[in-house]
Design a protein around this ligand. Structure first.
Ligand SMILES: [Zn+2]
Length: 271
């Protein structure tokens, strides 16, 4: 079984893109990945006398930890991030090292490597840009490509591999995800290898959910108007690739995809 942890960004108005992305890991490697990520935290935090178990890997907080704010009705007060007290050099070293841990993870069985799936939709796109259409398209793409990869593996795998989707329980999008789920359950006939129920898990309890956050944030930064490619560059080799050499696991929906220099667009236009 493969577990695909997903994360979403850009649902707020004014965001240049809507992004749904995540990391699929074979069940045999879930613990391996968790241990690798936890090991990075231990290596950097233990010398400071800090307990790695208390720290959640959240890319935005590693870069700029939230200092919390007092209550402003109707919004309740927010607590400062646990990362506030950690020096910036340590936080950035952790961010860099956890990315390395993800991109260099050696799977237990090389036939089942970790894979990235995602959809990035320019909000200015006339047809797919509006948030509801973008959301629906993004889910459809990701679920079908994940299913497609499982189908490809199952054509030769000795045992049938299924897929399950997991999400962060604390994300505000839960209701929208449920809505999408109902839609793909109705159309589910084409998704042969997926468990038809997404699981919602507290990100604090799952380093795999945290890995999805890291992947989604790195890609989100890549697709900003001032593209930051610091952590996206290492991720492209993990994007699922079809038999034609397209980075089919990740799609960028943009009106100008023939001119777009991003690797998924280039892989499609090069054929
Ligand atoms: Zn592109």
């Amino acid at each position: 079984m493969y577990v695909l942890a997903l994360d979403e960004s850009g649902t707020h108005s004014g965001a240049p893109v809507l992004l749904l992305a995540g990391l699929a890991v074979h069940e045999a490697d879930v613990r391996l990945l968790e241990q690798a990520l936890h090991g990075v935290l231990t290596q950097h935090l233990t010398p400071l006398g800090l307990d790695a178990d208390q720290y959640e890997l959240h890319a935005k907080e590693l870069k700029t930890p939230s200092r919390g704010r007092p209550a402003r009705p109707p919004y309740p007060a927010t607590q400062p991030s646990e990362w506030v007290g950690v020096p910036s050099a340590v936080r950035l070293a952790i961010l860099s090292d956890v990315h390395t841990a993800i991109t260099t993870l050696a799977p237990t069985d090389p036939a089942y490597p970790p894979r990235i799936f995602g959809a990035v939709i320019d909000r200015s796109h006339p047809r797919y840009g509006p948030v509801k259409a973008a959301d629906a398209y993004a889910y459809e793409h990701v679920l079908h490509r994940f299913d497609e990869m499982l189908g490809r593996l199952n054509a030769t795998a000795p045992s049938h591999q299924r897929g399950v989707i997991i999400h962060d329980r604390r994300q505000q999008h839960e209701r929208r995800i449920q809505e999408q789920t109902r839609i793909w359950q109705r159309k589910g006939a084409g998704l042969d290898s997926l468990l038809q129920v997404p699981l919602f898990i507290d990100s604090r309890a799952s380093r795999l959910i945290q890995a999805a956050d890291l992947v989604a944030y790195a890609l989100w930064r890549h697709y900003q108007p001032t593209s930051d490619q610091t952590h996206s560059t290492g991720l492209w080799p993990l994007v699922d690739t079809n038999d034609r050499g397209e980075l089919s696991g990740l799609i960028h929906i943009t009106a100008k995809f023939r001119q777009c220099p991003c690797p998924p667009c280039v892989s499609r236009t090069a054929i």
